[in-house]
Design a protein around this ligand. Structure first.
Ligand code: CTP
Ligand code: CA
Length: 239
């Protein structure tokens, strides 16, 4: 409730969360996308609000049933986005006033070079199956780190297909170094692991590559463990 939120460890802290998965159009009726449901990011937004934060949630193609957890919460402003370009511009605008940025969205790495303005029709494709030419999207997280505001804490996510815990941590540490984030939450994914599920199993690495949290549980439990780690980072950057 309101009084409990005012006493929370994130009371008055502005938090930007991106969640869901961006989509890249092929033509007016088709897109390239990914399996991110947005549940983990929505759980982070809800947990942050319950700890007193003022939250902006950039929701990339999240189902209404998933968003129901946060709709109507006066501390959470939900902004729907679709493509990576939209997420890029809205994230940069929203990051300006944010003390904490949590980049939980699964961003399409590539977009279609020439989006058709009419539906692609089989009868027009004389050469058989079409070939899509892709171009690389900008790395939003890297650019947010580059434009980092004073004392801002920036958190990334990495979902990896791996054969072992060691490989997960090793890939996570390499990604952390590449992105320059303060915290990176890593989890293993596969055909039947990690996406639509209500649960998650996450390691949180700090800038030095140390594991500062390891939590398997509901996405809300994972969210709170991650926010505990964010709280520690905020204490360290306090000016
Ligand atoms: N990310 C981003 N912009 C992109 C790609 C990724 O902001 N164009 C962010 C994601 O939101 C996430 C983090 O970077 O917080 C890691 O995403 P991931 O897809 O694991 O990293 P990539 O650098 O795209 O590497 P990979 O080749 O493994 O997909
Ligand atoms: Ca990627």
């Amino acid at each position: 409730d309101h009084a409990a939120r005012a006493e929370g460890d994130l009371a008055g802290v502005r938090v930007l969360v991106t969640a869901g998965g961006t989509r890249e159009p092929i033509d007016p009726v088709r897109y390239l996308g990914n399996r991110s449901s947005g549940k983990q990011g929505v759980a982070i937004a809800a947990a942050a609000a319950d700890r007193g934060a003022e939250v902006v949630l950039l929701a990339a193609n999240i189902d209404g049933a998933v968003l129901a957890e946060v709709t109507g919460d006066p501390a959470i402003r939900v902004v729907p986005v679709n493509t990576t370009a939209e997420l890029d511009s809205t994230a940069h605008a929203a990051a300006k006033g944010a003390r904490v940025v949590v980049m939980a969205a699964a961003v399409a790495d590539y977009r279609v070079a020439d989006v058709a303005d009419q539906k692609m029709r089989k009868e027009d494709l004389t050469g058989g199956a079409p070939t899509l030419t892709l171009v690389e999207n900008p790395d939003i997280l890297v650019s947010l780190v580059r434009d980092r505001q004073d004392d801002q804490v920036i958190v990334g996510f990495a979902a990896e297909t791996v054969d072992s815990e060691d490989e997960l941590l090793e890939r996570g540490r390499r990604k952390l170094a590449r992105k320059g984030v303060d915290l990176l939450a890593v989890n293993a994914v596969g055909w039947s692991e990690g996406f639509e599920s209500a649960d998650n199993d996450v390691r949180v690495l700090n800038f030095d590559g140390d594991i500062v949290a390891a939590v398997a549980g509901s996405k809300r439990e994972v969210a709170d463990a991650l926010l505990d780690a964010v709280g520690d980072e905020l204490d360290q950057t306090e000016s």
